[in-house]
Write a protein that binds this ligand. Structure first.
Ligand SMILES: C[S@@+](CC[C@H](N)C(=O)[O-])C[C@H]1O[C@@H](n2cnc3c(N)ncnc32)[C@H](O)[C@@H]1O
Length: 401
């Protein structure tokens, strides 16, 4: 049983830890050189995390084959560190915005301290007040050293973003930021468990990110199901989940058109091709998902049906404009159909165009109280008449149901 340590070096280190946490400048603290009794424990990474309204510390226990996260208050974390540093862990490496410092115990039992300026901290960041620095910490949704990022080839062995993957990295961050706000607004963060379905999960960058964010950061019991047409991607993603010992994520081969799901809290469909988006939206609405997030792509259904009203014909004689018009009408009708089916809906650019051309997000949050939808239904009917649209996939699916 380790005994509590006392040494000037450790006391100073813990004072710095406390102050950097309170000022919002703590980035992370890594405990390594494990000497304790737990089999397969390699290290523990500690970082600040906001859960509901509380600023806590997330302890990521990294075992040889799996990871476990526990969230502690500052006081609880200090009690652990006092016991562990110098006993169970002979090395503690703390990174704050301004300092990088290492406290280690030599083989002869001597404390060694190494403290240097954090060279990665920019001049612009130095001007932040403690409040702003604190807010900035809150806005850090995805940490670079998450194991799944390395496994998916977004980061290298030193947790640095691989340049060719920087656009994907930006998308993941923005996506998690949008999702996180929606989760708080809908109150899903207060549930003890959540089920998420991702239709057209592909290589599953976002699927893994959602699972990691909800289970590790929010501490919610999370089951994520990725549905994907291509068997090779399904196998690859299941292998990755197994390698990382993630039990709450699985991938199934299937066509969203024929897939049936139940009890989904969050439905995601990102860049699912053409009407696959409509099938996914229909499924989200039918299962009563609290949040529906989709980023549509390749709008093929509406374009051949469009009959330009005479006034618009000179504008729409240009193919590019006709394509943009078809996209706008398809997605507007999707958004209006969501509104008519009990969802408050927003349509916006979720990431800048330089990161992906498919940057439109339809975000729908289930309304708490029902409302009269006759006006919206009339708007949908009028738009269809105006453009001569015979069929919109999502509308047909909803009517069939
Ligand atoms: C452009 S990728 C997007 C992958 C991932 N959602 C992302 O954002 O990185 C679209 C994926 O949807 C899959 N897909 C297309 N139609 C589908 C359908 N009807 N059912 C299931 N998956 C589908 C494709 O195989 C492809 O992997």
């Amino acid at each position: 049983m380790p005994t509590e340590n006392s040494s000037l070096e450790l006391e100073t280190f813990l004072t710095d830890y406390k102050q950097s946490f309170s000022s919002g400048s703590l980035q992370r603290l890594v405990l390594s050189k494990y000497k304790g009794m737990e089999a397969d424990l390699n290290r523990i990474t500690i970082r600040p995390v906001q859960i509901k309204d509380q600023q806590l510390l997330s302890f990521l226990y990294e075992y040889r084959t799996n990871h476990i996260t526990k969230n502690l208050t500052l006081q609880e974390s200090i009690e652990k560190l006092q016991l562990w540093i110098g006993n169970d862990f002979h090395n503690a490496h703390m990174i704050t915005d301004e300092w990088e410092q290492q406290l280690s115990l030599s083989k002869k039992g001597k404390w060694l301290v190494n403290k240097n300026r954090n060279k990665n901290f920019t001049a612009e960041q130095k001007t932040l007040t403690p409040e702003l620095a604190h807010n900035r910490n809150k806005l850090r949704y995805v940490e670079q050293d998450r194991p799944y990022l390395h496994e998916l080839g977004i980061t290298d062995a030193n947790a640095q973003i691989i340049p060719a993957m920087s656009r994907k990295w930006k998308q993941i961050n923005k996506f998690i930021e949008v999702l996180s706000t929606a989760i708080q607004q809908t109150g899903l963060d207060k549930r003890s468990q959540l089920h998420i379905a991702d239709f057209g999960s592909g290589k599953a960058y976002l699927t893994f990110a959602v699972h990691d964010y909800l289970s590790a950061n929010l501490g919610v019991k999370t089951q994520v199901t990725g549905v994907e047409l291509r068997q090779n991607l399904v196998d690859l993603c299941n292998q990755t989940a197994k390698k990382l010992s993630l039990n709450g994520i699985k991938f199934e081969q299937g066509d969203v058109q024929h897939f049936s799901a139940q009890d989904i809290n969050i439905m995601i469909a990102l860049h699912a091709c053409d009407t696959a988006t409509d099938y996914a939206l229909n499924m989200g609405i039918r299962t009563g998902a609290d949040i529906i997030m989709c980023s549509p792509c390749c709008h093929k259904q509406i374009r051949p049906q469009l009959k330009s009203p005479p006034l618009l014909a000179p504008l729409l004689q240009y193919g590019i404009h006709l394509g943009q018009e078809a996209e706008m009408i398809t997605d507007s009708l999707r958004a209006l159909l969501l509104e008519a089916n009990g969802y408050d809906t927003k349509v916006f650019e979720f990431v800048s165009l330089e990161h992906t051309s498919k940057n439109k997000m339809i975000l729908a949050q289930k309304r708490k109280a029902p409302r009269d939808n006759s006006e919206i239904l009339k708007q949908i009917a009028d738009i269809k008449i105006f453009y001569g649209i015979e069929e919109h996939c999502l509308e047909s699916l909803l009517q069939a149901d």
